[in-house]
Ligand binder design. Structure first.
Ligand code: C5P
Length: 221
């Protein structure tokens, strides 16, 4: 039994990757496995928190003791997260939310027409859930984002932290096989207060513990 420093707290974690429907059988998705978000949920339960896990398209067992809210698309995730954060002390957006969705959902399966070129798929912007949460949060609520970057990891991370208005941004370098679907991760956690915490490559659970340490230090009494 470790520290129960999140006892009496409600925390919301989003995990997985959203799917944006093109037609009844196809979607635009991403490579997020949900492992980091699930590790965050498990470690928060172990530290005594009440945990709401908003989970998008994850093939992992439900973490014992967490309330799992399954969602599909970014719009569904937005609804579920906004509802769950009402009384939350902290929210961690670990999910890979699609930045864009098909502008027009095709109610019937798109067919290929022999001899004809395919129609392009027009995209529309999805709402930025993290930015919205950070802008509308109740006093004292700690808001944390994740950023997957392939280049200029730190500079892009600082810029994103400021743009989204969150308290902490966990920045990891992604590439084909650096993060997605792996049990381990390496990251730098940037704080709006100018701090920067380097987390060496290790289990996603270990990164999760560091994130909760940094959150716990920012929670009001
Ligand atoms: O802008 P980018 O997608 O890199 O930002 C990543 C962070 O923002 C993650 O924490 C992700 O959960 C969140 N996000 C969001 N809504 C979006 C896109 C990203 O909440 N539409």
């Amino acid at each position: 039994q470790g520290v129960r420093d999140l006892a009496g707290r409600h925390v919301v974690v989003s995990a997985g990757g959203t799917r944006e429907a093109i037609d009844p059988v196809r979607f635009i998705g991403n490579r997020s496995s949900g492992m980091q978000g699930y590790a965050l949920a498990r470690t928060a339960v172990a530290r005594g928190a009440r945990v709401t896990l908003v989970s998008a398209n994850v093939a992992l067992p439900d973490p014992a003791g967490a309330q799992v809210v399954p969602v599909g698309s970014a719009e569904e995730m937005r609804k579920a997260v906004l509802e769950a954060v009402q009384d939350a002390d902290a929210v961690v957006m670990a999910a890979a939310v699609a930045d864009f969705r098909p502008a027009g959902y095709q109610g019937s399966k798109i067919k290929k027409t022999p001899g004809a070129e395919p129609e392009p798929i027009a995209l529309a912007k999805n709402p930025d859930i993290l930015a919205e949460l950070a802008a509308d949060r109740p006093p004292g609520q700690v808001v944390v984002g994740f950023a997957a970057e392939t280049d200029d990891v730190l500079a892009n991370g600082r810029e994103k932290l400021a743009r989204k208005g969150c308290d902490l941004l966990v920045v990891n370098q992604v590439g084909e096989d650096l993060t997605f679907g792996r049990p381990d991760n390496a990251a730098v956690v940037l704080g709006a207060d100018g701090t920067s915490t380097e987390v060496p490559r290790g289990a996603k659970e270990a990164l999760a513990e560091v994130v909760w340490d940094l959150i716990a230090a920012r929670l009001p009494d």
